[in-house]
Design a protein around this ligand. Structure first.
Ligand SMILES: [Zn+2]
Length: 93
């Protein structure tokens, strides 16, 4: 299963609740996705994940954590989505 399915699902339910905030939500999620794009061990962006939807509170965005379990397809490393890192961070290692 691909993470994009989860994100689209969250976006849809969120839009029903509050249309005005969806741009801010989209921007945050886009940035969050980039920050947690790759496996911290091998840098692969391919992974298997659980599909729990975590709620984003717009007034506490910095506390948002996607704690879905991710298993890297390349090296088998298990971690939460939040523990994954950006491509830039990986390249610096
Ligand atoms: Zn890996």
């Amino acid at each position: 299963m691909n993470i994009r399915i989860l994100i689209e699902f969250e976006k849809t339910t969120y839009n029903i609740k509050n249309k005005n905030m969806s741009k801010e939500y989209d921007d945050f999620m886009e940035e969050y996705r980039k920050k947690h794009e790759v496996c911290p061990k091998c840098g692969s962006d391919k992974f298997i994940t659980t599909l729990v939807g975590y709620v984003l509170y717009m007034n506490k965005k910095e506390e948002y954590k996607d704690l879905n379990e991710c298993e890297c397809v390349k090296c088998g490393h298990d971690c939460t989505y939040h523990e994954r890192i950006s491509k830039e961070e990986f390249n610096k290692k």
